[in-house]
Design a protein around this ligand. Sequence first.
Ligand SMILES: Cc1cc2nc3c(=O)[nH]c(=O)nc-3n(C[C@H](O)[C@H](O)[C@H](O)COP(=O)(O)OP(=O)(O)OC[C@H]3O[C@@H](n4cnc5c(N)ncnc54)[C@H](O)[C@@H]3O)c2cc1C
Ligand SMILES: NC(=O)c1ccc[n+]([C@@H]2O[C@H](COP(=O)([O-])OP(=O)(O)OC[C@H]3O[C@@H](n4cnc5c(N)ncnc54)[C@H](OP(=O)(O)O)[C@@H]3O)[C@@H](O)[C@H]2O)c1
Length: 289
Amino acid sequence: MQTTGMANRTNCSILSAKYTPQTVLSKIVWLSDKLFSLKVTRDPDFQFVPGQFARLGLPIDTEDPLIPNEWRAYSMVSHPAENALEFFSVVVPDGKFSPKLAELAPGDTLWINKTVFGFLTLEQFPSGEDLWLISTGTGLSAYISMLREASTWQRFKRIIVLHGVRHAGELAYRDELLALQSQHGTDGGDARAERAAMVYLPVTSQEPLSLSLSPAIRPEHLSASRLTTLLTSGELEQRTRLTLDPSRSRVMLCGNPAMVTEMRGLLAERGFAAGRRGVAGNLAVENYW
Ligand SMILES: Cc1cc2nc3c(=O)[nH]c(=O)nc-3n(C[C@H](O)[C@H](O)[C@H](O)COP(=O)(O)OP(=O)(O)OC[C@H]3O[C@@H](n4cnc5c(N)ncnc54)[C@H](O)[C@@H]3O)c2cc1C
Ligand SMILES: NC(=O)c1ccc[n+]([C@@H]2O[C@H](COP(=O)([O-])OP(=O)(O)OC[C@H]3O[C@@H](n4cnc5c(N)ncnc54)[C@H](OP(=O)(O)O)[C@@H]3O)[C@@H](O)[C@H]2O)c1
């Protein structure tokens, strides 16, 4: 009798809570102790647009293991129509949340806030020819969801995915991106094409690239660099064989806030600006910390 009462109270508190308990279904470790993805069950009422993020919760250093007390933002990697939610995470050494998230295994509980957040979505862009999806590290997360959405490929002639990481071993989702590139081709100049072409260009900052990482890489462009350095020197456009033109390019920046700030400044000099007061922009950004 007492147990039923407790169960009822628990059910009521779950229903009235701002979050739902979900179950980890599977885990991919991209790089030991640094990068992993989780697939978790999804509440049927949890709806989102590619590019938005959730707040994930865990009980950490608390007496009640059923009440999450630490919350962090995580972009949805999965497409809105997928049954499971997918998240891609770094393990921050000494971080309070991410090492605990990394310990989760299939069957464990992860709490998810019922509200979705964020404006890094393609809706805010007017149509354009080239969509540049520029990220460092786990900033790639939001773009994978967009790339899994069919309409993204119909709105643009070319999609350029730039992923800046320290080492090649951190190029998570590379197989999926390579498959998309091979499916769509890298030559986007054909006005008759109904679907965008794609350029997937990884950039490594702490070691040289190797040609095997993507067919879009040319032998003269293997040097280690940051995305910002490449933009300043003109090599970013040489590597992609495309020009960043504010009249026809739409740019998203996501990941390391220092990268976002520097890149945003460089792009502003070239006529890129975020939308405001009802005026659509050609730049959208999201900082991860
Ligand atoms: C809108 C938004 C979306 C986000 N989406 C993701 C996501 O999809 N995947 C993800 O891993 N993180 C994401 N984050 C970051 C995430 O919320 C946490 O900060 C991260 O999990 C680390 O938590 P922590 O408690 O371990 O460390 P924190 O105390 O939160 O952070 C400590 C330090 O770790 C570094 N750091 C934090 N996050 C990252 C990161 N992602 N990559 C590299 N260094 C980092 C920073 O130097 C930060 O100051 C997002 C953040 C925001 C604001
Ligand atoms: N224990 C360690 O030895 C160690 C080492 C590295 C990172 N970490 C930790 O690991 C976590 C995740 O690191 P991460 O590598 O995924 O993310 P990150 O630090 O954001 O680095 C990802 C990429 O962004 C680049 N970058 C950083 N600042 C930039 C800027 N201002 N402009 C342009 N590009 C910039 C980096 O280049 P650069 O390589 O040139 O910075 C790297 O290529 C962090 O919490 C970090 O503190 C630990």
